[in-house]
Ligand binder design. Structure first.
Ligand code: ADP
Ligand code: G6P
Length: 476
């Protein structure tokens, strides 16, 4: 950030629902754990120390415990926007996860009660109050994701009333669906108007950007002036695609750690003689886990000679466990896992290991490194950073990335991966077979191409390119 605000300190204020740390309560005690999810991972690229990250801590925290939580969050440049339990539940689960998330991922939405919409508005207002109080004249403000669609316009109004000039950016970490899906939402115009309070609006792919611009055009009469700019109510708004990435160095450094090296050796000896296939997904219906299991079942049925020679290690990170669809999914996936193991395991070997909990970063990195294939079968996925993380850990093995063509990542990693379609179980089985039997030269060429891309499109570059564009609005 080049210019300086009135207090002499340029600063960035980030607002997102999820913070880098989430508060958990066990046996009446509050503790913080690292949050999972692409939004938090992508923002690890922020290299400026001068940022403040505001967000919901993950649950209602008793006021007598807030000082300790605040202290922990401050170490990550973060601060909590505390919300009452019922309000947070209606905002997060009721509207954001149950209504918005499916539509954004091209699934029919459900009917909703006025209470959840009211809670959504209210939480966006509470964020607007916190962010505008925190922001100083000249600060950059960066709002993230669908939980806060209304926030940019609310902020614009408040900041104007306070006489503060702060450029406002918004980044969407999910897909933005085709216009007819979006119109299936209630309050679809209010949500778009909220986002259009921003100066810069960012997406993972050109397709999401195009869909967003088309919806604004149809519903609000905005005008697309250039490929990257639209005019709405006499303001020029930049819309762009910014390729999010990872901090490759964090993975390569972890791989060099002695304890991780020892873990890698242990795992390699445990799986000696087998091809390891890794899957890492939040337990979310958009990730295509039931489809993945069906594809893998067919793969094992069709290649009985490989039963003892492959193992799929599937990590399913618990997610949004208060939402019915997520509870149902857990049952479905567990059932498929049981069926596959029941049919294909032998007294000395199992072709599937299912881990339904979080694993440590060190274990995750070691698992990426020892795996011959990474199998990602999302039905729809805004980006999928797991794909890039796997590539970052494959310099020795040159493992193959099997990647759903419905991920944002497929729009730029297609050249080196084996693209798959989760709606065809036979197709998934074939893609897996192709990956497992691929020769070293092909694997190496593909890996090198992917590795170049992942290294040059880092999370740092993503934040910088977005913030550089936002910075341009400071002088207007
Ligand atoms: P999504 O954002 O939909 O969850 P992504 O694949 O983009 O999907 O991002 C998932 C992120 O969560 C990855 O960066 C992955 O490393 C991270 N992750 C996976 N397991 C954990 C964990 N136990 N703790 C923290 N982060 C995790
Ligand atoms: C996706 C969303 C993020 C969210 C993450 C984890 O990546 O785009 O906004 O933080 O999933 O989900 P959660 O509900 O745990 O925040």
């Amino acid at each position: 950030m080049g210019s300086v605000n009135s207090s002499g300190e340029p600063r960035l204020v980030i607002a997102s629902n999820r913070l880098p740390l989430s508060v958990k309560k066990t046996d009446g005690k509050y503790d913080v754990t690292p949050s999972s999810g692409g939004l938090v991972s992508a923002l690890r690229g922020l290299k400026t120390a001068k940022f403040l990250w505001l967000g919901w801590p993950g649950l209602a925290v008793d006021p007598s415990h807030r000082d300790r939580v605040d202290e922990q969050l401050a170490k990550e440049h973060a601060a909590a926007v505390y919300l009452d339990e019922d309000l947070a539940k209606d905002h997060y689960n009721g509207f954001s996860n149950a209504i918005l998330w499916p539509i954004l991922h091209y699934q029919a939405g459900k009917s909703m009660t006025p209470t959840v919409w009211e809670a959504y508005r209210r939480v966006n207002e509470i964020f607007a109050e916190s962010v505008s109080n925190e922001a100083r004249d000249g600060d950059l403000i960066w709002v993230h994701d669908y939980h806060l669609f209304l926030l940019p316009q609310m902020l614009r109004d408040r900041l104007k009333a306070q006489g503060k000039r702060c450029p406002i950016g918004f980044f969407l970490h999910t897909p933005f669906p085709a216009d007819d899906y979006w119109r299936g939402l209630p309050f679809e115009e209010d949500l778009l108007q909220g986002v259009l309070g921003s100066d810069v609006i960012g997406f993972h792919t050109d397709e999401y950007k195009k869909n967003f611009v088309a919806s604004c055009d149809v519903l609000l009469g905005s005008v697309q002036v250039t490929n990257d700019h639209l005019r709405y109510k006499d303001r020029m708004i930049k819309t762009g695609r910014y390729i999010a990435g990872i901090d490759v160095g964090r993975f390569t450094r972890t791989l060099e750690d002695r304890k991780v090296q020892a873990r890698i050796k242990e795992l390699e000896s445990l799986y000696k003689g087998k091809k390891v296939i890794i899957g890492v997904d939040r337990l979310d219906y958009t990730k295509g886990l039931t489809e993945k299991m069906e594809g893998y079942r067919i793969f094992l049925d069709e290649h009985p000679e490989l039963r003892d020679k492959v193992i799929l290690v599937q990590i399913a990170i618990p997610s949004r466990e208060d939402v019915k669809e997520y509870q149902d999914l857990e049952g479905e996936v567990s059932k498929s896992v049981g069926q596959i193991i029941g049919k294909h395991a032998t007294p000395h070997s199992t072709p599937l290991l299912y881990i339904h909990r979080s694993v440590s970063f060190e274990d995750l990195t070691a698992l990426y490194a020892i795996s011959d294939v990474c199998f990602l079968t999302s039905r729809r996925d805004g980006l999928n950073l797991v794909a890039s993380e796997y590539v970052a850990c494959q310099d020795r093995r040159h493992g193959v990335l099997v990647l759903s063509k419905f991920t944002g990542a497929a729009s730029f990693l297609s050249h080196g991966s084996v693209l798959c379609n989760p709606s065809s179980a036979e197709g998934l089985s074939e893609s897996l077979y192709q990956a497992i039997t691929m020769d070293e030269e092909d694997r190496k060429n593909r890996h090198n191409a992917l590795r170049d891309f992942v290294t040059t499109h880092s999370s740092e570059k993503w934040t910088k390119s977005f913030l550089d564009d936002l910075e341009k609005y400071r002088v207007q």
